[in-house]
Design a protein around this ligand. Sequence first.
Ligand code: SF4
Length: 339
Amino acid sequence: MAGTGKAHLRTEGDVLLRVEDLVVEFPVGRTGLKVNAVSGISLDVLRGETLGVVGESGCGKSTTGRAIMQLPRPTSGSVLFEGRQLTDMSGDDMREARTRMQMIFQDPISSLNPRRKVRDIVTEPLAIWKRGNSTEQRAKVDALLEEVGIDPQRAAESQPHQFSGGQCQRISIARSLVLEPTLIICDEPVSALDVSVQAQVLNLLEDLKAKHGLTLIFIAHDLAVVKNISDRVAVMYLGKICEVAPSDDLYRAPAHHYTSVLLDSIPVPDPSVAATKTAIEGEPPSPVLPPPGCRFHTRCPAATDVCRNEEPKLREIATAHFVACHHPLYGDDVPVSVA
Ligand code: SF4
């Protein structure tokens, strides 16, 4: 699935974010080698849309989110946000642009300053950017805290460790909203939470998205979590995008072998359902020396010579459904032997 190409980028609609040929590499000490964390991916997000980005740990999805924020700046590629190119922006302009795009992290407790009171943590961005006087800042913060289900009075008196993990994620969400961003990148925002709390936080994000007119990028390793919240889903493997489709289409008819295995790995909470699922074999190859051709060929049951030698390009196999695979599971040109 190591796919490449830009066939899935849209030319119509209100595109808020357009990423092209994004590359992020990290040097391996002084060996001259490099970790190919993200290898030339392209994606776009329309205003008001939620893009889910899924894949195994180490596939480059979180690095992609940070590279969009220019934290750190990518090795190469283009990141166009609200019509402005972020990759060559100066430090001051970039800091200002980051007020319009915020991030929520996996570990809510460690993302909050443990020494400060919660209300002060949420107020800090307003104070730094001098948005309103102290009375206006307090009114805005208290309203936001109430909106995310946190008692403002308790927030004024308590530090983050006095709240549960789910409450800390609500506080992180309030802090991310206080500067009125248009885009929020949610990096595994519910992975560290109990299942019952996960559902509450997902519902809260959906409500806030509608109320504040937000656009979301929702990064997760769990397709079950991404399914309901996303309009469109991009599947990543070893630094590449292998499949992009509207959420319902991807779950109903995955075309890439890796997507299919990921979907099969979602547990079914019913003991009467027979275990007929396909398991993925082996570990992902090292991103220091990724395999040639399709990067998934070392683990793919349908791999052939062309997969080992030629990198598949993303192509449309149904309306708005793109896959980078020489032998997709679904589409008009599926060979009978593979299907
Ligand atoms: Fe990659 Fe080939 Fe498998 Fe498709 S069939 S996922 S191109 S190895």
